[in-house]
Design a binder for this molecule. Structure first.
Ligand code: NAD
Length: 480
């Protein structure tokens, strides 16, 4: 580590902010550590209101030029950024894995190609946005998608670059300028993205990156009167804070929050498929907002389901996420292990039974856990754990299954395993969730609306819905 650089997995990463096309250091730093072994990997500039305001000022100054840049040129630049991501896939994948502990093989083969796709998809979608024209009593209505202005994008650590670019790409495509605030537990790939965007020729100030703790840098960004959109992915308490902070300026918000999603397994389901879907919920050590952490299984097949689940889950290999044969890596931070274990201890004390796991492993690893004998109104069923902890409850009727599925304050996703298409139709119609998967999980198309109901969020992003959020729609009515 030199003063403003660190080398992670052989890749040099600048540890400063990126503001107005310049690297900017803060007087103080915070230490970024790897979840793999807890080792420090970087001293990162610790942003304050000063850097936050400078970044918004840079975004404001760059906005008129970027907004006036022809769509085709904006799209071309986004494709050039995608080229840069593709060229550096291996570096980005390695740095992300050391920084957030998720599997290297999924970063390499799934996540980083998806990051490049985020830029390509929204660049192409921009060019398909139609200006609607229609007549009213001889007058023409002409609807345009105007860029909104500087956008603040705040992202979590569980899929850092993926979730950041899912916002950055449509915001930039729409003609907005951006201040990105990545999570303090996984700050590195956002810095590499700034390098890639600069190399691609993105004008100074169009993309800015501010590092730091949300509690120290957040309010200056979210309460700033020049910010015209805030898009946030993270936890409910932070979202409530941001919503209050944004209220002063009535800044439009998009909130992608937590979940406590159900997997409903009916007796008529392909049981092996249902078990595969259930075990998949341990991916990324359970640190997935969409994870179906509540297994709701029809009583008639619960015993057999549990037997097959235990057999399959016991074969999962937990360890170094850089190892190709690893299935489950570490959790993000020692604090996360303590938090997860707190949920499990309290559940066990309240009468739950650990069918597997129920305890931490070495370092920041937590044993994949399945708890039964849990009450519907208990903390472990109602609150998001964000770790490899699933609960199993049984039901005896479709009505009961739907009731249990909907009976939390969240509404992000739901998965239904059934062999009966009519049942699938009936049940999905009654589920409160932004995404429902039938006999599958995690299949996502950027064209589809994505978001949650109730405490899982406000608004939808994806395809046209992203442009709806990141644009001010204008209707111009012209007399004949
Ligand atoms: P978090 O709310 O603690 O932090 C998210 C981001 O907010 C970080 O960048 C943090 O620095 C910032 N922040 C914290 N306080 C702030 C403040 N006062 N003002 C402005 N910014 C502030 O969440 P986390 O622990 O990083 O992420 C986990 C949560 O994210 C889980 O609840 C998970 O379900 C959710 N999540 C949701 C989705 C989705 O698409 N719905 C996707 C991934 C994660």
């Amino acid at each position: 580590m030199s003063e403003h650089r660190t080398t992670v997995a052989g890749v040099a990463v600048d540890t400063r902010h990126w503001i107005g096309g310049q690297r900017v250091a803060s007087p103080r730093t915070f230490t970024d550590a790897s979840p793999i072994d807890g080792a420090p990997i970087g001293e990162i500039s610790r942003g304050t209101a000063t850097e936050a305001r400078a970044a918004v000022a840079a975004a404001k100054a760059a906005f008129p030029g970027w907004a006036a840049t022809p769509r085709a040129e904006r799209a071309r630049l986004l494709h050039t950024i995608a080229d840069g991501v593709e060229k550096r896939t291996e570096e980005l994948a390695n740095v992300e894995t050391v920084d957030n502990g998720a599997l290297l093989r999924s970063h390499r083969r799934g996540v980083m190609p998806r990051v490049a796709h985020n830029f390509r998809f929204f660049a192409d979608w921009l060019l398909t946005l139609e200006h609607e024209d229609f007549a009213t009593r001889g007058h023409t209505n002409h609807v345009t998608w105007d860029p909104a202005g500087p956008c603040v994008l705040i992202t979590p650590w569980n899929a850092p670059l993926m979730l950041a670019t899912w916002k950055v790409a449509p915001a930039l495509a729409a003609g907005n300028t951006v201040v990105l605030k990545p999570a303090e537990w996984s700050p590195l790939t956002a810095s590499l993205l700034a390098d890639i965007a600069a190399e691609a020729g993105l004008p100074a100030g169009v993309l800015n990156v501010v590092q730091g703790y949300g509690s120290e840098v957040g309010d200056a960004l979210t309460s700033h009167p020049d910010v015209r959109r805030i898009s946030f992915t993270g936890s409910v308490p932070t979202a409530q804070h941001i919503a209050a902070s944004a209220a002063a300026n009535l800044t439009p918000l998009s909130l992608e929050l937590g979940g406590k999603s159900p997997l409903l397994v009916f007796a008529d389901a392909d049981l092996d498929l249902a078990v595969d879907l259930a075990v998949e919920q341990y991916d990324n050590a359970g640190q997935v907002c969409l994870a179906a952490t509540r297994l709701l299984v029809e009583e008639a097949v619960a015993e057999e389901f549990t037997r097959r689940f235990v057999a399959k889950a016991s074969r999962l290999r937990q360890g170094d996420p850089r190892d190709e044969s690893t299935d489950i890596g570490p959790t993000i931070h020692p604090r996360q292990v303590t938090k997860i274990d707190g949920f499990v201890r309290r559940a066990l004390a309240a009468g739950a039974r650990a069918v597997i796991g129920g305890h931490p492993g070495e370092g920041q690893y937590y044993a994949p856990t399945l708890l039964t004998d849990v009450r519907q109104d208990s903390e472990i069923v109602q609150e998001e754990v964000f770790g490899p902890v699933l609960t199993l409850q049984t039901f005896t009727s479709e009505d009961e299954a739907v009731h249990l599925a909907n009976d939390t304050r969240f509404g992000l996703a739901a998965t239904v395993a059934t062999g009966d298409p009519e049942r699938a139709e009936r049940v999905t119609a009654r589920l409160v969730a932004g995404t429902v998967w039938v006999n599958c999980f995690f299949v996502r198309d950027l064209k589809a609306p994505f978001g949650g109901s109730r405490h899982s969020g406000i608004g939808r992003e994806g395809g046209t819905w992203s442009f709806d959020f990141y644009c001010d729609l204008k209707n111009t009515v012209t007399a004949p």
